[in-house]
Write a protein that binds this ligand. Structure first.
Ligand code: ATR
Length: 283
């Protein structure tokens, strides 16, 4: 891999950042595409995020991914934003224009939709309501992407009902807030159920929804990808449902991100899923 003085520089910014898979994935694509480019990790101090982005303005880097805990502040610091980033209330990609301006985008949403297309081919988003478990930033981003992709309605189910209500109000009549006790009514009509809580991360139990209540055509997705087969997804499989994992969403968001930063398509011949599975110790 060549990194000359003319290299296009991209990266990912989070705190902490050392567990991010993104540098390995993007640099694998850079190498396969034969680009003079680099993708590097950044971990600015929590109170220095805005100063960090300001320092990149005007071309010090071409574009950067943004991850926890900076996604909301990334939207706020930008001069312009895509509709999706605005709806999601968060940005995972900042493009640094030569004129000094910063544009915020969100490729997590397209990543979620693409992951469903890959792992649940033929799924009809418009056919049935969606149930999202959780009401944090991940849930909000998912709701924005699903509405744009044609979901007829979305129920946000959260331990803290007030947070679900806030989220529903931000989206209008297609999105409703519900208590966990409403799941026995919601699940039998659901076409898609998504875990957007942090439950299951690191191997614990997932949300306590009885997935066997869903129609047998329903698709069950988990945004958690450590472990890859979460307890929630294993329950979905035991009930005979099709599943979509959080790793596929992570990989799919990287595809439009790469093109936005480096100006060429991510080389399809690189098996980024195999690379990621090895890194996660799942291969
Ligand atoms: P993110 O930005 O990744 O979505 P977050 O804003 O911290 O992270 O949201 C975490 C989500 O997981 C919330 O919906 C949270 O529920 P509350 O709003 O009630 O806190 C949910 N969550 C986390 N731990 C939970 C638990 N033990 N039981 C139920 N829900 C939990």
């Amino acid at each position: 891999m060549t990194i000359s003085g003319a290299a296009i520089v991209g990266g990912v910014c989070g705190q902490p950042i050392k567990h991010s898979l993104s540098p390995i994935l993007h640099n694998a694509w850079i190498e396969a595409a034969g680009l003079d480019a680099a993708y590097v990790p950044f971990a600015p101090a929590e109170d220095r995020f805005e100063a960090f982005v300001d320092g990149l303005r005007g071309g010090a880097a071409r574009g950067i991914n943004v991850t926890i805990p900076f996604k909301e502040r990334a939207l706020a610091v930008a001069d312009t934003a895509s509709d999706l980033a605005r709806m999601a209330g968060a940005a995972n990609l900042l493009i640094l224009n030569a004129d000094g301006s910063v544009h915020a985008d969100n490729t997590d949403g397209p990543g979620l939709i693409a992951a469903i297309a890959v792992q649940a081919p033929g799924f009809d988003m418009a056919a049935a309501p969606v149930v999202i478990l959780g009401a944090g930033g991940a849930a909000r981003g998912a709701a924005a992407a699903l509405l744009l992709a044609g979901a007829p309605s979305i129920a946000i189910v959260n331990r803290t009902l007030a947070r679900a209500r806030d989220l529903a109000e931000a989206f209008g009549p297609k999105v409703i807030a519900a208590e966990e006790s409403a799941l026995p009514d919601l699940l039998p009509r659901a076409g898609l159920v998504i875990n957007a809580t942090s439950l299951g991360l690191g191997g614990g139990e997932g949300p306590a929804a009885d997935l066997a209540l869903t129609p047998n055509t329903a698709v069950i997705m988990d945004m958690v990808y450590k472990p890859l087969r979460t307890e929630f997804l294993r329950r979905a499989e035991a009930a005979g449902r099709r599943t979509v994992d959080g790793l596929e969403m992570l990989l799919r968001q990287a595809v439009p991100t790469f093109e936005a930063i480096y100006g060429v398509a991510a080389p399809a011949e690189v098996d980024v899923r195999a690379i990621a599975l090895t890194l996660l110790g799942e291969a």
